[in-house]
Write a protein that binds this ligand. Structure first.
Ligand code: ZN
Length: 466
């Protein structure tokens, strides 16, 4: 707390003395926005705990559970989530994102599937999502037995109810799902509260999305991403949270100080750029919590809603707790006792810092020309790095990043003014990866767009006589 206060003071001093953005950028901490510091600090462990207890009280939130009860099952749960988010602020537009899903795969009968969506409109239509899935599942033996057996779960005497033999019957067995994914849901709901009550006028539109149908194959996320692609809704980033509330690994190792962040490749894809952004800005606002980017889409043979967005060309990443306890997943033992509220709150703070920074920053500049080629050359000497980019609306400056063309993390950065071209003399473009981010007049930075050549299609060579 002392540190944040000192940094806030530093910004005020520098602004008073009219110090340039370039000088402020010398010290990364000077880029902190006191309004974001305050927003991050307003996340409440107590509220997260109360949301989790309420979610647990529905006993099951299976997408296939019955919807007639007002106190038990998915229908009661989604209505409570809707009403809760509606109570936060008249600025929040809360609605069901509803679909009639035909039987397919693990959807055994026609289902009225509803994501619960809260939109906080910004000045521009570009959207930043924070998400979790509120649906649950519990199977005999759960994820622990599935892992231990190498994939074939044995029958488990701890499972209180077996799934119904009749595919048309509701799947009403106990499935508390407090960590999977009550944790991501509570985080999303709490961020809807702090963002809508912050009084900050964001540039981007923020969407707080509680998905359904994740456990049947990312169904709710896929339906929403499909709709967004068809309607050309400009989703710029998705921060998905799934299993982010437990710091005690089933192996006995405890880690409450780090969070894993999975992202779709290849190495300079927008998804990887978003992961680096979260590491950079989450780390600045929440230095006591370490983001561990993972250069892979997800854990082995596990999935999550961020992949549904990535597969349709949107930029999405997935947060996962660092040490999982598999015996408490997809299992009747996924209860409130398995949660660490301080850990969940730290993960919520990292999400909040990243989403707020991104929503206040300009959109990232494009580094591609109209033929989709990166605007990077060796001119004028033939041995220089000559970078061009397209001006981003609202940008007051740009920051150039580069690193040797081996390794994931940026090594160098340089703040430049409100220009769209930079020449680094005698820097060989073949040896480095370059990228550029847009920055507004208050230092809010976008994620980095990198100069990478799109893969070329191979054309078969014709041979005479064949
Ligand atoms: Zn999950």
């Amino acid at each position: 707390m002392m540190n944040s206060g000192m940094r806030v003071g530093l910004i005020v001093l520098l602004v008073l003395f009219g110090t340039s953005l370039a000088a402020r950028a010398q010290d990364g901490a000077g880029d902190l926005d006191p309004r974001i510091v305050k927003l991050v600090a307003s996340i409440s462990e107590e509220r997260l705990g109360n949301i989790l207890k309420k979610l647990e009280s529905f006993e099951t939130r299976s997408t296939l559970s019955s919807t007639t009860s007002t106190t038990r099952g998915v229908g009661a749960a989604r209505q409570w989530i809707l009403d809760e988010m509606r109570s936060y602020s008249p600025k929040l537009q809360v609605s069901f994102d509803a679909y009639q899903v035909a039987p397919q795969g693990r959807i055994t009968r026609t289902v009225d599937l509803r994501n619960v969506m809260a939109i906080l409109p910004g000045r521009s239509p570009r959207r930043i999502y924070v998400s979790g899935h509120y649906d649950t599942v519990a199977r005999p033996g759960g994820q622990g037995a599935s892992n231990a057996s190498g994939g074939t779960p044995p029958a488990d005497p701890d499972a209180r109810t077996a799934p119904p033999a009749d595919p048309n019957a509701p799947l009403d067995n106990l499935a508390p799902g407090v960590n999977d994914d009550g944790s991501g849901t509570a985080l999303t709901i709490e961020l809807a509260r702090v963002f809508s009550q912050s009084g900050i006028d964001f540039d981007a539109t923020l969407v707080f999305m509680c998905h359904a149908g994740e456990e049947q194959g990312l169904v709710g996320a896929r339906l929403h991403a499909q709709k967004a692609a068809a309607e050309k809704i400009p989703i710029e980033a998705v921060l998905n949270n799934d299993i982010v509330g437990n710091d005690r690994g089933g192996s006995g190792i405890i880690d409450g100080a780090t969070i894993r962040l999975y992202s779709e490749g290849p190495e300079d894809s927008p998804s990887r750029a978003l992961a680096r952004f979260v590491q950079r800005w989450g780390g600045r606002y929440v230095p006591s919590h370490k983001v561990r980017p993972m250069a892979r889409p997800d854990r082995f043979s596990r999935g999550g809603d961020h992949s549904a967005y990535n597969q349709l060309g949107f930029t999405a990443v997935g947060f996962r707790e660092s040490r999982e306890n598999f015996t408490r997943q997809h299992d009747v033992r996924d209860t409130y006792e398995g949660i660490s509220l301080p850990y969940l709150a730290q993960n919520a703070r990292v999400n909040a810092a990243a989403a707020a920074t991104l929503a206040l920053a300009p959109a990232p500049p494009s580094v591609l020309n109209d033929r989709n080629q990166p605007m990077i050359t060796r001119a004028p000497s033939g041995y220089d790095a000559n970078l061009r980019w397209t001006a981003s609306p609202g940008a007051a400056a740009y920051r150039i990043f580069w690193r040797e063309a081996w390794g994931p993390d940026w090594q160098h950065e340089l703040l430049v003014g409100n220009v769209t071209n930079l020449v680094l003399p005698n820097v060989q473009i073949d040896d480095y990866v370059f990228g550029v981010a847009a920055i507004d007049a208050h230092g809010h930075e976008s994620f980095v767009n990198a100069y990478v050549t799109p893969p070329r299609a191979s054309t078969p060579i014709k041979v005479v006589g064949q």
